[in-house]
Design a protein around this ligand. Structure first.
Ligand code: ZN
Length: 476
C-alpha cells in the first residue's frame, strides 16, 4: 500500500513511514544514498506482495548541519514513500510499543528516541527534520561506531574513521565519531600511539630489519603459564608478532620460531635484528645462532631507548590497549596474555603514521585484511558443543568468554570460566557485544571477575599489574 501512497505532510523526502509489514528500510530517492552496493534479494510487504531489490546502501541526511547515516536501506526505484522497517529497528536493539494510538520507541538503554501519534490515515510517520529523528539516527550510527571502537581494541575514532574512509580494511562500515568519550579509554588515561613516527632510515623490504623487545615479568602468570612476552616488529611493514615466555631464556627459541615463519611468509631472509642489551639477547647461544644464519645483531646503546624506539613504542601501545581491554570488560588479570595477543592482531589491522594508506598487515603481505570477523574481546560467547562431546540432555552450547582469534583457522579462542578450559571453535554465537552487562557476569561466574566495588582501586590494580613491566627495561 505504501508503494502508491504519497505523503501528505511535507515533501516525500522528509517523511518516513514506520511500518511493521516491511522487512527492510526502503527509499526510492537515489539522491539520499551515500553509497550503494549490488543486492540480490527481494522485499516483501504486509500485503504479501514482493519486489526485487537490486541495490542497497547507506542513507545520509543532513540535520542541523550534521550528517547522519542509516545502514542497510534498500533502494527501490519508483517507491514514492520512504519506509522505516520496525522489524529492522527492533533487530538493532530498539524497543517499540504501540499504545493508545501512539508509537513509542526506545533504544537499548531505554531512552525514548521516538514518539509519534497515529495520523488520520492510520499511519505512523516520522519527519526527517524532526528533532527525535536526529536522535534516533544518531543513536543507531553511534552504536555501530562504538561497537567497532570496542572490537578494534579501543582504537581512537580518528583512527577508525581513517580506516573506514580510506577503505584500508574489508568489512568496516562508515564510522563517525560519537559525542561522548569512551569511559574505559579516559579512565586509563590512554595515550594513543597509533601514529607512531620514525625519523630514522626505514628498511626497503620485509625482514631487512627486525626490532625485538621483551616485556615482563608480570605479577600474574597468564592462563597459559607465561610471565613475559617478546615482540618482533618488521621495520619495513611495522607488522608485529607476539610470543609468550615462561622464562626470559626462551627468547632464542621464540626468535627461531619467528624467523622460520616470517621468512617463509615473506620469501625474504632476515638480515638485521635490533634489540637492547638484555641478557636474553646477549647470551652465547643467541650470538651463535645469529652468526650461523648471517644475521647482524645490532645492540642499542645503554640507556638510549630511542635507538630501539620501534620495539619499545610498540610495547607501550600494546600494553595500553591490553590494559584498556582487560579493564574494560572486568576480566581477571590472568588474561593479560590473551589481551596482548589480540592487541597485536588488531594493531596489524589499524592505521599508523609509519605506513601510509594501508594497514601493517597489507604492507607485510600485500592484500587488505578483513575485519568482518572481529568481536569484542572479553564478551560472552556460546560455543556449539558437537554431539559426541555431550550427553543427550546437556546444553548444546557452552557459555564462554571470547579471548582471541585462532591463528590460521578462521576460528575463535574461547575460555570457559566454569571448567577453566580454553576452546577453539568455528561455531560460535556471540552475545550482542555492545550490550553486555558485566555486573551480571560477576554474579554468574562466582567471583571469577574483579569485584567492582571500588573503581579507582580496581583501575590502579589493573594498571600496576599490566603496566609495571611495560616500561622499556634499562639494560641489565
Ligand atoms: Zn575506548
Amino acid at each position: 500500500m505504501f508503494l502508491t501512497y504519497i505523503g501528505a505532510e511535507g515533501g516525500r523526502n522528509e517523511v518516513w513511514y514506520l511500518d511493521t509489514g516491511a522487512t527492510n528500510h526502503m527509499c526510492g530517492e537515489k539522491a539520499l544514498f551515500t553509497s550503494l552496493e549490488p543486492n540480490d534479494g527481494e522485499v516483501s510487504f504486509g500485503d504479501a506482495s514482493k519486489i526485487s531489490v537490486e541495490e542497497r546502501g547507506v542513507i545520509a541526511v543532513t540535520l542541523n548541519g550534521k550528517e547522519v547515516h542509516r545502514n542497510d536501506v534498500f533502494y527501490v526505484p519508483g517507491l514514492k514513500s520512504n519506509i522505516l522497517s520496525l522489524g529492522q529497528l527492533v533487530e538493532k536493539g530498539y524497543c517499540v510499543r504501540l499504545r493508545d494510538g501512539t508509537l513509542a520507541m526506545k533504544d537499548h538503554e531505554r531512552r525514548e528516541v521516538v514518539k509519534v501519534k497515529m495520523t488520520t490515515n492510520r499511519l505512523f510517520t516520522l519527519r526527517m527534520d524532526a528533532k527525535e529523528t536526529v536522535c534516533l539516527a544518531r543513536t543507531e550510527e553511534e552504536e555501530e561506531s562504538w561497537l567497532w571502537h570496542h572490537r578494534m581494541g579501543h582504537l581512537g575514532f580518528t583512527g577508525l574513521k581513517l580506516l573506514s574512509h580510506s577503505k584500508m580494511v574489508e568489512g568496516l562500515p562508515m564510522i563517525s565519531p560519537p559525542q561522548k568519550v569512551c569511559e574505559a579509554c579516559t579512565k586509563e588515561k590512554m595515550k594513543r600511539q597509533m601514529f607512531e613516527g620514525g625519523k630514522s632510515r626505514r628498511a626497503r623490504r620485509q625482514l631487512e630489519l627486525v626490532h625485538s623487545d621483551i616485556a615482563g615479568p608480570f605479577e600474574t602468570t597468564s592462563v597459559g603459564g607465561s610471565k613475559y612476552y617478546i615482540t618482533f616488529t618488521d621495520d619495513f611493514s611495522r607488522k608485529c608478532w607476539v610470543y609468550f615466555l615462561r622464562e626470559k631464556s626462551e627468547a632464542l627459541d621464540r626468535f627461531k620460531e619467528f624467523k622460520a615463519m616470517a621468512e617463509k611468509e615473506s620469501g625474504q631472509p632476515l638480515k638485521v635484528l635490533r634489540t637492547d642489551r638484555g641478557g636474553e639477547y646477549t647470551s652465547r647461544l643467541f650470538d651463535e645462532f645469529c652468526k650461523e644464519w648471517g644475521i647482524s645483531h645490532q645492540l642499542t646503546a645503554a640507556y638510549s631507548p630511542q635507538q630501539n624506539g620501534v620495539a619499545e613504542r610498540k610495547n607501550l601501545t600494546i600494553m595500553n590497549m591490553a590494559r584498556s581491554m582487560v579493564k574494560g570488560k572486568g576480566l581477571p588479570k590472568k588474561f593479560w596474555a590473551e589481551a596482548v595477543q589480540v592487541v597485536a592482531y588488531l594493531l596489524n589491522r589499524c592505521p599508523t603514521k609509519s605506513v601510509k594508506f594501508m594497514t601493517l598487515f597489507e604492507a607485510w603481505i600485500g592484500w587488505k585484511p578483513s575485519v568482518k570477523h572481529l568481536r569484542v574481546f572479553g564478551c560472552v560467547a556460546y560455543a556449539h558443543v558437537p554431539d559426541h562431546g555431550r550427553k543427550k540432555l546437556d546444553d548444546k552450547s557452552e557459555k564462554c568468554i571470547f579471548v582471541g582469534y585462532a591463528p590460521m583457522s578462521k576460528a575463535y579462542k574461547l575460555y570457559n570460566p566454569v571448567t577453566e578450559k580454553a576452546i577453539i571453535s568455528r561455531d560460535v554465537v556471540f552475545e550482542k557485544d555492545n550490550s553486555w552487562s558485566w555486573d551480571e557476569a560477576v554474579r554468574s561466574t562466582k567471583g571469577m571477575f574483579f569485584d567492582d566495588d571500588d573503581e579507582e582501586d580496581g583501575g590502579q590494580e589493573a594498571k600496576d599489574e599490566m603496566g609495571g613491566a611495560e616500561q622499556p627495561s634499562p639494560p641489565s
